[in-house]
Design a protein around this ligand. Structure first.
Ligand code: FES
Length: 125
């Protein structure tokens, strides 16, 4: 199994890793097959509905961490509406692909992000 250069870079130096104190929303997703868990913290610019900051904590495999890191880069600065449209395929493409055995790992990021946005919208509309 081989990872792309970009996957290895994100894994070795993840972007936006950690927590946001006083986050506007926190989303979580888990993969029951392997036990990996991911949390997404969002800070939202309320008037424009823009993700002004995003951080993640992932207890998981190389692919799960690379996906989390790439996801945060992709959605930072985007509106919630655009962020909701991000797919796992977009993230996998951005990473230069994932080994087929690891494609399921790309679900975690999108699910945690959507969980966070849904919680934010529930509390703010
Ligand atoms: Fe669990 Fe990758 S093996 S998310």
């Amino acid at each position: 199994m081989r990872y792309s250069k970009k996957v290895i870079q994100h894994f070795k130096s993840p972007h936006n890793q950690g927590q946001i104190k006083n986050a506007d929303a926190v989303g979580q997703a888990g993969n029951p097959a392997c036990g990996d868990v991911m949390k997404i913290y969002l800070k939202i610019k309320k008037q424009e509905n823009i993700i002004s900051d995003i951080k993640f904590e992932t207890l998981g495999c190389v692919a799960a961490i690379a996906v989390s890191s790439a996801l945060t880069d992709i959605v930072k600065g985007k509106t919630l509406e655009k962020a909701m449209k991000i797919t796992k395929d977009k993230i996998v493409k951005d990473l230069g692909g994932l080994p087929w055995q690891k494609i399921h790992c790309s679900m975690l990021g999108v699910e945690a992000l959507k969980d966070a946005i849904a919680k934010y919208q529930k509390n703010n509309f």
